[in-house]
Write a protein that binds this ligand. Sequence first.
Ligand SMILES: O=S(=O)([O-])[S-]
Length: 117
Amino acid sequence: MQQLSATQLKEWLTASTPAGGSGGSPARRPPLLLDVREPWEFELCHLADSLLLPMQSVPARIDELERDADIVVICHHGVRSRQVGGFLERQGFTSIYNLSGGVDAWANDVDPAMHKY
Ligand SMILES: O=S(=O)([O-])[S-]
């Protein structure tokens, strides 16, 4: 599992195109932003276009995820996301990233307007 800082993720999202950079562009596809916090936490704040799949529900809903997609796992501070990322890798997922510091780091380093808790 690779660790990704909030600023690295911001750069990735800014540089990427949904089509993955057609026309010879080197831009990568945007990753799937997988938020594994609880619904009440997600309501307080989340990254745009992220998918909420609370940690406990991941095993039952794993088939909703593509095994070869770039997936950035997100939580509050980066602990739960690391656990879920390890689980996904053991299930055969090939491109898992952990957002280091979670949404808290995102609020500190990228989006000061984001609600903190
Ligand atoms: O969200 S957390 O597990 O890092 S506190």
